[in-house]
Design a protein around this ligand. Structure first.
Ligand code: MG
Length: 203
């Protein structure tokens, strides 16, 4: 399986990192080894002094597809959750300044914790979901998925022009504003529609 991530998919977040609002989805990948097994702590990697949390809606692909038309995209997923796209911001900033790929900052072990998946039929419109992240009990990121620049269906259609989507692939759909650093002993808890789906201890 592969983890497909969208960058800069909310205007407020693009602005907080001084990035331009994109005219087509910004896509990067994380490997399977970036998944953080449930109930395992997240260990801050030794190569970074500025690891940020990025709360994101996560979509799981449950059907093989290539060159999917946007109107047919809903046939390719039926469950969503929330996840954290952990980012070594200091490493990413250095790579970006040289025009280099981001993988060292994004694809490291444990950088992709994902919560429990819920059926979309119980949640309603995938572009009308409230997601939020609490750090040590205080809300730090909160958004409605209606604010995405590129919808889930658009992302699926766009990505599938470039690579075949397979059952079990995950799509991290981008983070809203409010990203920030994590430190040892922080507890992150991610919610979808007020339901806690993911809890991660930082070590
Ligand atoms: Mg992200």
């Amino acid at each position: 399986m592969k983890i497909i991530c969208v960058g800069r998919n909310y205007v407020d977040h693009a602005k907080e990192l001084n990035n331009q609002v994109p005219t087509e989805p910004v896509i990067f990948l994380k490997p399977e080894t970036s998944l953080l097994l449930k109930h395992n702590p997240f260990f801050i990697p030794s190569f970074s002094n500025d690891v940020h949390h990025e709360l994101e809606l996560v979509v799981r692909i449950d059907r093989v597809g290539k060159s999917i038309e946007e109107r047919f995209a809903p046939r390719y997923y039926s469950e969503v959750s929330v996840g954290i796209d952990f980012t070594a911001r200091d490493v990413q900033t250095a790579l970006k300044s040289k025009g280099l790929p981001w993988e060292k900052a994004k694809a490291f072990d444990g950088s992709a914790p994902v919560g429990t998946f819920l059926p979309i039929e119980d949640l309603g419109d995938v572009q009308g979901l409230n997601i939020h992240l609490e750090k040590n009990g205080t809300s730090v990121q909160s958004v409605n998925t209606s604010e995405m620049i590129f919808s889930v269906n658009h992302i699926i259609s766009h990505v599938s022009q470039f690579m075949t989507l397979k059952m079990g692939d995950l799509i991290f759909t981008g983070t809203p504003a409010g990203v920030g650093p994590v430190t040892e002993n922080d507890v992150l808890e991610a919610f979808l529609g007020g339901r806690s789906l993911l809890k991660v201890k930082v070590k």
